[in-house]
Design a protein. Structure first.
Length: 345
């Protein structure tokens, strides 16, 4: 039975509870479950939960050495667009964002098994990424961390990179620069026995709608794709790709260098799909030029179209396919439980 979470930090500074882990890419077999390079990753709270997590990681490493057909199905969880403000009671477009995030977190704890990881795909903050927004964000996901669920975050256009990092992992030492694999970007490769997730940073300007990766990040992506284990790979970024069928207005709101990204992704058969948020619309489509499968995650916060669902996604992955299932906050919604399947090729 899950215990009631203690107040965040029990009066102690947030930074004592949120620490940062950096593992060099592809270091050793013992690190194969989470191969990280400068991610925003929230580790477990306690030493006991850390040991439990370490055991799970060791099992994941062992599984990665088995033949593909013997690796059991894995469960992952995807969140997007929580839009958390300092004020937990704030309501926007009819949604209380903090309440929604807490509800989603509690639902994850009731799925009957611990997910291999949870990815929050950008717009963690409400509008302009204030430090206080991220403190409240931490409050809302505390229950997940107390159960030692590994959480990875990307950044969206309503986030503020420095405020996020300072609130979550603390400022760098005086006269020291924060280590980054891509200048002014925060990226990660997370891998397990079944799948690689390459997490990108599409934040360009705070509270400005378009996104941008930039040439240094594209170079890093190519290197990661070349070096990552040869297994199904998903690319995760906040912004939706630009499509030829979009009008000029919509092209100005999405990932501005997506053509360069998708030309790169098309040259690596291991890439099976691109996962994004930003549009607050749950759907599966294809990239019009390359045919790559696209999964648009639902928002946790509010929807732009009141007929569409908000909620989160549970992902079940085996050697043949990835199944993305919507868990709508309104279980009476017609799309609650809808599954989008990507079969690996």
């Amino acid at each position: 039975m899950l215990h009631r979470p203690r107040p965040w930090g029990c009066g102690r500074p947030l930074l004592r509870h949120l620490k940062f882990a950096i593992l060099r890419p592809h270091d050793s077999a013992s690190d194969q479950r989470f191969i990280l390079s400068m991610p925003i990753t929230l580790p477990p709270f306690s030493r006991r939960s850390f040991l439990q997590h370490g055991t799970a990681a060791a099992l994941g490493s062992f599984a990665s050495q088995l033949p593909a057909l013997e690796i059991p199905e894995q469960t992952w969880v995807l969140f997007s667009d929580p839009h958390i403000a300092e004020d937990e009671a704030l309501v926007a477009r009819g949604a209380c964002m903090a309440e929604n995030l807490r509800r989603c977190a509690n639902q994850v704890l009731k799925i009957g098994q611990k997910p291999f990881g949870l990815i929050i795909n950008g717009d963690c903050a409400y509008l302009d990424g204030r430090t206080e927004d991220y403190v409240t964000f931490g409050h809302c996901i505390q229950a997940l961390r107390e159960q030692s669920i590994q959480i990875h975050c990307t950044l969206g256009n309503h986030d503020h990179r420095t405020n996020f990092l300072n609130a979550i992992i603390g400022p760098p030492p005086p006269n020291a620069e924060r280590p980054m694999n891509v200048p002014d970007k925060h990226v990660a490769t997370v891998t397990s026995a079944q799948v690689n997730w390459i997490l990108l940073d599409s934040l360009d300007l705070v509270n400005k709608t378009p996104g941008m990766l930039g040439e240094p990040q594209l170079v890093w992506i190519e290197r990661e794709l070349r070096n990552a284990p040869n297994k199904p790979t998903f690319i995760v970024a906040h912004h939706n790709p630009m499509q030829p069928s979009m009008d000029e207005k919509h092209q100005g709101t999405c990932l501005q260098d997506s053509d360069a990204l998708f030309d790169l992704l098309a040259s690596y058969p291991k890439v099976q799909g691109y996962i994004y948020g930003h549009t607050h619309t749950w759907q599966k489509t294809k990239h019009e030029k390359t045919g790559l499968q696209l999964i648009n995650l639902p928002p946790i916060a509010y929807v732009f179209d009141p007929k569409r669902p908000n909620g989160w996604v549970i992902v079940r992955i085996n050697s043949e396919r990835a199944e993305f299932e919507l868990r709508a906050l309104n279980p009476a919604h017609d799309e609650h439980g809808q599954k989008h399947v990507i079969r690996f090729v």
